[in-house]
Write a protein that binds this ligand. Sequence first.
Ligand code: ZN
Length: 159
Amino acid sequence: MKPEEADLLLRLLKLIKALRVKTEMRGIITFIPTTGGARTELDQVVLYQKGRKLEGGVWIPRDPITHAGIVTYALPINAPHCIRRDLDGAIGSAACDLTIVVGGSIAWKEGDPGYDKYLVVGNLGEECGLVWGGRWPKPHTDLDHFELPDWRSLPLVEV
Ligand SMILES: [Zn+2]
């Protein structure tokens, strides 16, 4: 599989490709970052630890007010990026992160060039049949996250 396809389930890959054509037509360049596709359970746990500290056996936010540094709220069982088995038996990620790139730089935060275009990309993603993380309430808002609507019904695969 080509690296840019990020080990996505084929159903998802088709929708992401359709979305990227739509964004490209509007002059919006997108990019799937390294952790934007399939993740092992270990990858997910490592990401979950970011911005948290272990206290009494529980991972709690380092900054309970702003949640600074937290990059995910999902442990593997609740993470659509963790490899799942699709209805046809294929395995892969049921989610894909699609960042916006302007002048070679990814728009990660407010004020970055292109950051204001996530709503456009999100709306187009929804038109394609994807669930967009930009609709989730703060602090769970995830502007670059897209997932298959039915991923919760797909079993997690240990790799
Ligand atoms: Zn994501």
